[in-house]
Design a protein around this ligand. Sequence first.
Ligand SMILES: Cc1cc2nc3c(=O)[nH]c(=O)nc-3n(C[C@H](O)[C@H](O)[C@H](O)COP(=O)(O)OP(=O)(O)OC[C@H]3O[C@@H](n4cnc5c(N)ncnc54)[C@H](O)[C@@H]3O)c2cc1C
Length: 382
Amino acid sequence: MALDFSFSPEHEAVRDMVRRFAQEKMAPLVNEAEENEVFPRELFRQWGELGLLGVRYPQADGGSGMDKLADCIIREEMSVVCQAFASSWSAHTHLGIWPIWRAGTPEQKERFFRPALTGHKISAFGLSEPDGGSNIRALRTRAVKVEGGWRLTGSKLYITNAPIADFMLVAARTDPALTMDAISLFIVELPNPGFVITKLKKESVRSSETGLIHIDDAFVPDDCLLGARTGTYPVILDSLAENRVGVAANALGMARAAFEAASRYANDRLVAGKRIGDYQAIGHKLADMAADIEAARWLVYHGAWQVDQGTLDSAMASKVKLVASETAVRVSENAIRILGGAGIMREYPVGRIHRDTLLYVIGEGTSEIQRNIIARSLGFKS
Ligand SMILES: Cc1cc2nc3c(=O)[nH]c(=O)nc-3n(C[C@H](O)[C@H](O)[C@H](O)COP(=O)(O)OP(=O)(O)OC[C@H]3O[C@@H](n4cnc5c(N)ncnc54)[C@H](O)[C@@H]3O)c2cc1C
């Protein structure tokens, strides 16, 4: 079979559309949103109207019927303009609703999934806890069966979109006697009197709103349990693996944005009568950045292609995320160095981009956790 490394005309059309939208509609919102640390909610409706919230889902389920390649193209283009917006988009279009699409009843899909595709409802995904970020199996939030529903108690930490969400998937244990893998998901409509959500102040992706959640004896009705009572762990793991490829595409977009800003600057800035890019030290930095980005790009899109073929395994997902996220950190740090003092100034985007790249060497599983997964696939204990 011949290898074909080109994107289809349909994929190129998606890229052009999203690039235009991101430049025309998202870019003007960035400075104010980042300054105030407030997500511009109107974006969800606009994304919904363009079909950008249901990219990965079949048309029969209300989605746009595109594939993971398209999803990654969209992420890359959004992240070039603003990672915070792209993070909120990612938490919503993937983490918050993919499990409902995979495991939800027709009623749950009608009530939560479909309004999420149009941007009428915003979702969040509550898995991480104060004692269980890297180690999902340390999860302690409890769900106790009561007449007509469940009572949830526990806490969730660093949950994207929590302060603006209309509903949240909440991971909890229904029975401590079951195995450590018996983690269930509940779809919780917000506000809920048992949920206290505190917005956190962040250094990275400032306008993507993030919450700490205290859950105190919160009642949720029976029809809010997603999938089996004994847990939806495989769905959670599949969701995380696929989204690692997704966020790698976000990292690629940030790396590209930093590189583009640095090469523009290297071309415009004269020192001692010479473009700084013509100094070998700077030219070589740019060369390394360009090569790193190219390598990350093909790994990301190969991972996306594997998702579409149904052949992605968790080790490959971790390799894709590890390489792309670490590339974005390296490239954006070099971009700051190339800009010199200007790299530290808010007038230029590279400082923000570098702060934002740090999100994905932590969120969705740290680089150390990705290395553990890869090492285990090589037969080592890690
Ligand atoms: C901005 C932001 C948004 C987020 N959004 C969400 C969200 O929407 N939903 C959600 O559920 N979670 C979300 N998270 C949580 C994120 O997934 C966790 O922060 C991440 O998994 C790391 O967990 P932790 O912060 O508890 O770090 P810890 O688990 O405390 O790790 C601290 C350090 O120890 C290292 N470490 C831990 N265990 C091991 C080990 N076994 N081997 C080697 N090193 C190890 C880690 O790599 C890290 O360097 C978000 C986080 C951030 C920062």
